[in-house]
Design a binder for this molecule. Structure first.
Ligand code: SF4
Length: 334
């Protein structure tokens, strides 16, 4: 199956002088290096799971793919069109096909608007429906996500967390998109509700032929929903492969540490000893030289502090960025 999304060398740096954080620093020329040269492809109808700790840049990457954050450099090809060069009018048209579901359903819904108004808004902005057709389409998508017409005139605060996320999903899907960034869509929900929303997203993917970038810090969730997994650390992809490959045969020490923190994964039969990472994620304002993981990696050697490893294809479908990996598999036995 062909790729719907192709990303090449994507960089997103923020100017730290802007905003409260920047004014506190008061130092011109400081950049927050949120995304640092990402290459990835997502096949049509597939889910790429993007995993990494909070602050690794995965949400920034998701937003940059839709140009909600303007990329600093790099190319994003969506269905054969380079969207990084589109002007505002063309981008607005393209956005009908690329949508996002946010982590916090409550914060992302306007508390002063009814559910009917919230879900109808994208169609109104793009002038795609009005009157009875608009109402029919809103009710139809509400039904599809497990709500109904009796909810049209209620406000977000009258719903549970799971129902609010269903409203967020309805708002994203009413435009009939092909590609959806699911940005930690279940992280704010109770575990029992998480399962319902994940099942709903999976059903919608099959039924509507959707392609997802599914972002989460929870490897259990990523392992369950993904066709392929990309592991992100300090703005870079450090490992990428088929879900079963990454879960059964992780090659990067960071991936191994993430997997070791989960006692049992749905798609993995392998049990691992716990690897505890030392320290916190380094600052994206002043990232370590060489391999960005070297300050926490139990296998770091001299070259790791001097030279950044490239993301290399190791076995045909699985890539990793580590000086200690090779086509024969990882050396060093983390
Ligand atoms: Fe660890 Fe070195 Fe591999 Fe980086 S390159 S993950 S520091 S062994």
């Amino acid at each position: 199956m062909s790729d719907l999304l192709r990303v090449t060398g994507l960089v997103k740096h923020f100017d730290a002088r802007r905003g409260v954080f920047g004014r506190m620093l008061g130092n011109p020329g400081i950049l927050v290096q949120a995304v640092n040269g990402v290459d990835l492809n997502i096949g049509a109808g597939k889910t790429l799971g993007l995993i990494g700790e909070s602050g690794c840049g995965k949400s920034t990457l998701g937003r940059a793919l839709l140009r909600l954050h303007e990329p600093t450099s790099g190319e994003i090809s969506f269905d054969g069109t380079d969207i990084t060069t589109l002007d505002a009018t063309a981008l607005k048209a393209m956005r009908q096909r690329m949508q996002i579901i946010f982590q916090d359903p409550y914060a992302s819904l306007n508390p002063r608007r009814t559910v009917g108004e919230i879900v109808a808004k994208p169609l109104q902005i793009h002038k795609l429906a009005s009157g009875s057709e608009l109402k029919d389409r809103v009710v139809s998508i509400l039904n599809r996500v497990g709500l109904n017409s009796s909810h049209l005139n209620r406000y977000p605060h009258q719903f549970s967390g799971g129902q609010r996320q269903r409203i967020g999903i309805a708002r994203a899907l009413i435009m009939n998109p092909k590609f959806v960034v699911c940005d930690e869509p279940v992280s704010a929900l109770d575990v029992s509700i998480q399962a319902q929303i994940i099942e709903l997203l999976d059903d919608l993917k099959q039924e509507l032929g959707l392609t997802y970038l599914f972002i989460s810090h929870d490897i259990s969730v990523i392992g369950y929903v993904s066709d392929r997994i990309a592991v992100m650390y300090m703005g870079k992809i450090v490992e990428e492969g088929e879900t079963s490959e990454v879960l059964e045969n992780p090659m990067h020490p960071y991936t191994k540490a993430l997997l070791s923190s989960v006692p049992h994964l749905e798609k993995s039969t392998t049990r691992r000893d716990r690897i505890r990472l030392k320290g916190d994620l380094p600052s994206p304002i002043n990232p370590p030289k060489g391999c960005k993981f070297h300050t926490r990696c139990p296998l770091a050697i001299d070259i790791c502090r001097q030279k950044e490893p490239a993301l290399e294809l190791l076995n045909g479908t699985q890539s990793a960025a580590c000086h200690l990996t090779s086509a024969d598999g990882p050396k060093g036995g983390v």
